[in-house]
Design a protein around this ligand. Sequence first.
Ligand code: TPP
Ligand code: MG
Length: 342
Amino acid sequence: MNQEVKELIDPLNFRNSINIDGVEKSMLIDMLRKMILIRKAEEKLSEHVESGKIKCPCHLGIGQEAIGVAVALVMRKTDRAFGAHRSHAHFLALNENTYSLFAEVLGKYDGCSHGMGGSMHIVDNENGFKGSVPIVGATIPIATGAGLAAKMDKTGDIAISYFGDGSCEEGVLHESLNMASIMNLPVLYVCENNLFASHLHIDLRQPSNSTSRFAKAHQISNATVDGNDVVGMYKLLISEILEIRNNKPFYMEAYTYRWKGHVGHRDDIDVGVKRGDQLTAWKERDPIKRLFVAMKDNGIYTEQEYESLLSEIDQKINNDWNRAEMAAFPQEEFLLNPVYSN
Ligand SMILES: Cc1ncc(C[n+]2csc(CCOP(=O)(O)OP(=O)(O)O)c2C)c(N)n1
Ligand SMILES: [Mg+2]
């Protein structure tokens, strides 16, 4: 294992505040706000998976918020992002529409997929989130094709493909990387390496825990990063984005950790694995806390401002949840319309 990866996957490292030099205050506040909104939205989902009000499976990404936020902040509305089963952060980072997400998981017509998709089929066309699909790896070739379309359109738009370390065990990742490389496609591949695919640690699944080796094999520029450092990823992406828009694929492998079990509200016991001490240790590498501490230490944000941001977001989340609970289900005659054409 190379030294860089060894350090990144040890949760005793990278717990301190992060380097925010050179980033505007308004941008830092935006990052903080987006990450807190995503965290609190998913905590609300967790609460109501447990209460039984949410009937669809929910894969929560609590702890992984920084990645979607860093990517969203370099995107245009006309870019084309694709997610997977754990994509609430990718969706909310582009548009703080918690109402649309809550309505969706409750099966309501106002949901982003009119209540017929649930947590794993979310979409927001207008803001660049082109959809998520729970079949592991399935959206990687779709994003690659969207990159080809963007190149043919000559708009300078890019495609973004979010996937997990487990997706690298699907053949389509390798076919897609090959195609993006050989055809020079404007695609940003984002591997959220949280070290697990459901209950199995990557050490039990792959001969190396660095998935960027696949980008190297296909001669795609790549970077291995701390996925819990929103500013570090943002700076990297800012420095790469023009090249990507200019038809050069890029692969970012972001090491992170999910705090909940694979699916559902429980901390860790849904698929029989106990991460125990590792989980406790990773919680100390909290992407939100690290950004706030850096802002506080640099005199950019006070404890009081932070508290009032938390309560403002709490209020929004509660309002949106209550509204979504009261919203209507789809009408019976609507049910088949989006399923079959004509
Ligand atoms: C083709 C396929 N195989 C298996 C599954 C069951 N499954 C759902 S999520 C998952 C793990 C995916 O791990 P990873 O890509 O690392 O994403 P993470 O859950 O860690 O975010 C598996 C095996 C599936 N949905 N699709
Ligand atoms: Mg994973």
